[in-house]
Design a protein around this ligand. Structure first.
Ligand SMILES: [Zn+2]
Length: 337
């Protein structure tokens, strides 16, 4: 509390301590618990709320309600707005909402479900934001327009990975309940990225070109399946003349967290995966890394030609028709153990 204000408990001017208390309250027929702050008068040993605290505590209570209902908290709404560098009233123009709507949502008014869904979509989809922004261009000041537009374009580029991830996950949707195709493991892109980093940073591996990498991923998943009854990544592989290739591999290797460079051979261009000195792989277990080590020491220094030839002798390859999914049931006959 401001020291120039008179304490309502003892009617004197003095500094007060801030104390926190767990409160519970019924809001819109829902019991919510939240952290409330009060001022404490040491003379009368009483607590009280000043005007600012009344407002802060009301927002805490409503945020607790929002959280329980799965709605964005008031601060999350203002975070979305600040990342696009748009004002409260301009955002209302973009969304076609009443002029004060966002201002109210960022404070005491709880948004309804429909508006919450729209705000979440806006948060995750800069491309959509840009579309709305362009539609409202004439209603915004040129300065506001160009500021939001450049913020959104930067986010759109950064968001590239999220678009790739949804493209990948949609291609894997049909395999989710098919353990013979995905090796009894739902696809985890975090795991795939860690596997590629692990190979790229291994001392046992050099010249990690695309075709060799894809084969090494397949060997690792198959060996894990043979040993433990489940693949490491959940990737689904198709059989091509050059061996196993994961579904949606073009999008996977395009993820920005996978460092690679293009190498010109004179008669064509190859993509080589390079070291980034990562030494922690949070998505891999000890067993996973042991499997990757076996694959790295077997194939890490071989040529692409050799690994393709080895793959051609695997039962998994011989039993699978061109372009069909390689089933994990054959992994038990894998040449590695
Ligand atoms: Zn007092």
């Amino acid at each position: 509390m401001d020291t120039n204000m008179i304490c309502p408990c003892c009617m004197e001017k003095h500094a007060t301590k801030i104390v926190h208390r767990k409160e519970s309250n019924i809001f819109k027929e829902l019991l919510v618990e939240y952290d409330a702050q009060y001022s404490y008068c040491e003379q009368t040993k009483e607590i009280f709320e000043d005007e600012n605290q009344i407002s802060v505590n009301d927002i805490s209570m409503k945020d607790a309600y929002r959280e329980k209902k799965g709605l964005l908290k008031s601060s999350q709404i203002s975070d979305i707005r600040s990342k696009y560098e748009i004002s409260q009233s301009d955002l209302c123009i973009l969304l076609g909402w009443g002029q004060k709507t966002i201002t109210r949502y960022e404070s005491h008014q709880v948004q309804d479900n429909a508006h919450d869904t729209i705000l979440r979509k806006l948060d995750s989809d800069p491309e959509w934001f840009i579309e709305l922004l362009n539609r409202s261009k004439d209603s915004l000041s040129p300065r506001a327009y160009s500021k939001c537009s450049s913020a959104a374009r930067i986010l759109f580029e950064k968001n590239h990975d999220n678009y790739l991830k949804s493209a990948i996950m949609s291609k894997y949707a049909r395999f989710i309940h098919d353990p013979d195709s995905n090796g009894n493991k739902e696809l985890s892109l975090g795991v795939v990225i860690d596997m590629i980093h692990y190979f790229a940073n291994s001392e046992e591996v050099n010249s990690l070109y695309l075709v060799k990498l894809l084969k090494m991923l397949w060997y690792a998943d198959s060996l894990s399946y043979k040993r433990y009854g489940h693949a490491i990544s959940g990737l689904v592989y198709r059989s091509l003349p050059m061996g196993a290739v994961p579904v949606a591999y073009e999008s996977i290797i395009d993820l920005s967290s996978i460092p690679s460079e293009m190498v010109d051979f004179g008669n064509g261009i190859g993509q080589r995966f390079i070291r980034n000195d990562y030494d922690s792989f949070p998505n891999l277990s000890r067993e996973d890394m042991e499997v990757l080590d076996v694959v790295a020491s077997r194939f890490g220094k071989t040529t692409t030609g050799t690994i393709i030839e080895t793959m051609h002798n695997e039962e998994s390859y011989k039993k699978t028709k061109n372009r069909e999914v390689i089933l994990y049931r054959y992994a038990n006959m894998l040449s590695l153990s």
